[in-house]
Design a protein around this ligand. Structure first.
Ligand code: URP
Ligand code: ZN
Ligand code: ZN
Length: 457
């Protein structure tokens, strides 16, 4: 049986228009006015916006940090994501040191298979680079991996500048793109020690150990390495005005630099680290939250179309028992915060309704740009005939308040507690399957692996 979504306002980055959409099987079969079919199920979308399913470019599900494990696995995290309107995620499959990329990838396939409520793909995080790993890039491409991540910070994950240069050069043959966590790891280590030596053990010391320049220097270095390698690059979770300025200058010089930021860097500030007691631990992530000036610069860049993608960096740890691992030493607080569920509603409320971006820009930032950069377009990220029927019917009139009491994310707090919201993912279709009805998940575990291919933009 086919489904016809009637009378919604279809949102695309190039404009919005009222139309019907007909779904047949997993695919959008037809877009046009007054679509009819004798045996179709009719869904009334009058007064609603219709977006292509949102895509989260940056998640960490079922991640073992070596000390503890994220509370959200693929089952809980993707269920929360799809209720919020996210139909596809890109998680970071990570090669543990001593492992091949194939082993790392297999581990992540095992974590996700059969229990994901979103479609999912993997970026491959490279933590050890050598000739053998280099040879595996061919296999990775065949396995549907087109994007990679390297860390410039975290001793158990980071690789050196020469290795980043080598990876960038090697990836050109496969049209792959490298995203980098840009923080100067040496400076971070020294500045953490400096804080601890001065007796600063509370979460307040976290941003002091990772000031803006720590990110900006790493961004600038990554850009220079990419210039030498003549390769495009992706900067994940950009948080600072200075880092942004480095990236914009590089673009002016002709480099291809793609930028991602996250709702937390737009909506939360470093004053949260000064909260009473240990509360500030709820906001310990890296890079840390910044100042109003940074937030304003990022918002401005978003509205000007200078930032390409909004991802979440969802990496959830409970406050009780997990964040508390750092009660006596802030550097032991597991880094990361939850957000996979709330990105669309936060960007709609504070971006679109806040007058910072249009709904068309939201479509680009949360869906189309992600699909394009990560080789999924137009299968994903598009309301086009032949695209996967990943569709969000967005009720612009709904309102709510984000709270740990009403969230689906499997974690005991939300950094956005008390945030008022406008709009909501009312109905969600994943490859034609009606998975969210009136805001409730009615069918779970329908997600499949997205084997990505072709060329990034
Ligand atoms: O603090 C964060 N962001 N944790 C997740 C891992 C990363 O750096 O992306
Ligand atoms: Zn990172
Ligand atoms: Zn991350």
């Amino acid at each position: 049986m086919s489904i016809i979504i009637k009378g919604g306002t279809l949102v695309t980055p190039r404009g919005s228009y009222i139309s019907d959409i007909k779904i047949e099987g997993e695919i959008i079969a037809c877009i046009g006015e007054n679509l009819e079919s004798s045996n179709a199920q009719i869904i009334d979308a009058g007064g609603s916006l219709v977006f292509p399913g949102f895509i989260d470019s940056h998640t960490h599900l079922d991640l073992d940090t070596g000390f503890t494990r994220t509370t959200d696995n693929f089952q809980t995290g993707t269920a929360a994501a799809i209720v919020g309107g996210t139909t596809t995620i890109l998680d970071f499959a990570t090669q543990n040191r001593g492992e091949s990329l194939s082993e790392g990838l297999n581990n992540w396939h095992k974590l996700a298979k059969g229990i994901s409520s979103c479609d999912y793909g993997f970026h491959m995080a490279i933590t050890e680079w050598n000739e053998q790993v280099k040879k595996e890039l061919e296999t990775m491409k065949e396995e549907g991996i087109t994007s990679y991540k390297a860390y410039m910070a975290y001793d158990s994950l980071r690789i050196n500048d020469g290795e980043i240069y080598d990876i960038l050069k090697a990836l050109k043959k496969y049209n792959g793109i490298l995203g980098v966590h840009c923080e100067n790891g040496d400076l971070v280590n020294t500045m953490i020690r400096e804080q601890l030596t001065q007796g600063n053990t509370s979460p307040k010391a976290h941003p002091l150990s990772r000031p803006n320049i720590v990110e900006a220097e790493a961004v600038s270095r990554f850009i220079d390495i990419a210039k030498l390698a003549e390769a495009p690059i992706y900067i994940v979770h950009l948080s600072t005005k200075e880092g942004l300025e480095e990236a914009l200058r590089a673009r002016e010089r002709g480099q291809r630099v793609y930028l991602e930021t996250c709702p937390q860097y737009l909506l939360l500030e470093d004053s949260l680290y000064d909260l009473e007691g240990f509360e500030g631990a709820k906001y310990v992530l890296s890079p840390p939250l910044r100042k109003n000036d940074d937030r304003e610069s990022l918002w401005r860049a978003i509205s000007l179309g200078q930032i390409d993608i909004i991802g979440t960096d969802h990496c959830s740890f409970n406050f009780k028992g997990q964040k508390e691992l750092g009660l006596k030493d802030f550097s032991k607080i597991p880094n990361g915060i939850p957000g996979i569920e709330h990105r669309p509603v936060l960007m709609y409320t504070y971006g679109v309704m806040g007058g910072r971006i249009t709904s068309e820009q939201m479509c680009a930032l949360l869906s189309e740009n992600v699909a394009k950069l990560f080789s999924m377009y137009p299968k994903k990220g598009a309301l086009e005939v032949g695209s996967d029927a990943d569709i969000v019917i967005w009720d612009p009139k709904a309102n709510g308040i984000i709270s740990k009491e009403n969230q689906r994310q499997n974690v005991d707090y939300t950094p956005f507690e008390g945030f008022e919201t406008l709009g909501k993912a009312k109905e969600v279709f994943l490859r034609g399957i009606h998975v969210v009805k009136d805001g409730e998940l009615i069918k779970n575990n329908c997600g499949k692996f997205v084997k990505r291919g072709g060329h990034h933009v």
